[in-house]
Design a protein around this ligand. Structure first.
Ligand SMILES: N[C@@H](CCC(=O)N[C@@H](CS)C(=O)NCC(=O)O)C(=O)O
Length: 245
């Protein structure tokens, strides 16, 4: 991993990305990385109270009607899918992801994809169980089981940090997977409809979250999302206009 911005290619701080999002939605993950990489970007608010993510204009950017979207200078289409955006930015900048030939590249990829397609996916369902099952006992049970699955995934990640001896998921080096994990850990504590996850029983993950909370880039990103106080270890929902409806 190199520790400076790539001098060439599209990872230059003076090129302006456009980040579409609403407070404390998945755009926070992309913002954390943009801030860590010190890239220039413009914020494009998406008002979730007005369901702006389903407007014709937004659907042209992401036909799923989901946040975030990142418009990337030099790319022929807007990007969606948080994990894909992270990987693209980290690889382009040659920072916050192991190089393609590095021995920890495979380890990085498997956990990044696990966070994206298992942990984040389960969280999304736990936030909106009514999209999957009608209201009633079955939905309640389903939601409780999801919180169990989420707790299981976060415990696996805690054990991985113990195995690598931390402070980060891959060991000594911060990667974009840590940023994604931190946002998921935040949301798991505040947004599931039935039952919230807690930090007791995941000491290494808790330490990782505390370490991240001290980083200036993380503080900047959280402030821009309207998040006050300790974003990951004592999270509170944001109250900014345009947030989750
Ligand atoms: N797989 C997508 C999930 C994105 C997602 O679920 N976004 C939520 C906000 S955190 C959203 O747009 N929700 C609006 C809706 O469901 O209408 C990703 O990783 O980007």
């Amino acid at each position: 991993m190199t520790d400076k911005l790539a001098a060439s290619g599209s990872c230059t701080p003076d090129r302006t990305y456009r980040l579409h999002g609403s407070p404390d939605s998945a755009n926070i993950v992309v913002r954390l990385l943009l801030e860590e990489l010190e890239l220039a970007y413009e914020d494009v608010p998406v008002d979730r109270r007005a369901r702006a993510q389903n407007s014709e204009a937004y659907l042209r950017l992401n036909p799923q009607g989901l946040i975030p979207v990142l418009e990337v200078p030099g790319q022929d289409a807007p990007m969606f899918e948080t994990g894909a955006i992270l990987l693209y930015l980290a690889d382009t900048c040659d920072r916050l992801a192991p190089a393609r030939t590095a021995p920890d590249r495979g380890r990085f990829l498997k956990w990044l994809f696990f966070i994206s397609n298992t942990l984040h996916s389960d969280l999304r369902i736990a936030f909106k169980p009514h999209k999957y099952l009608p209201a009633g006992e079955a939905q309640k049970l389903f939601s409780e089981m999801l919180v169990g699955r989420i707790a299981g995934s976060l415990s696996l990640l805690d054990r991985e940090i113990a195995a690598t001896e931390g402070p980060f998921l891959l060991g000594a080096e911060l990667s974009c997977a840590d940023l994604y994990l931190a946002a998921c850990a935040r949301w798991a504590q505040i947004y599931p409809e039935q039952g919230k996850w807690g930090l007791s029983g995941v000491p290494r993950l808790k330490q990782l979250l505390e370490t991240l909370e001290e980083r200036p880039a993380v503080r900047r990103a959280c402030a821009m999302e309207g998040i006050e106080g300790r974003a990951f270890t004592e999270p509170k929902p944001v109250t900014l206009p345009g947030a989750t409806a």
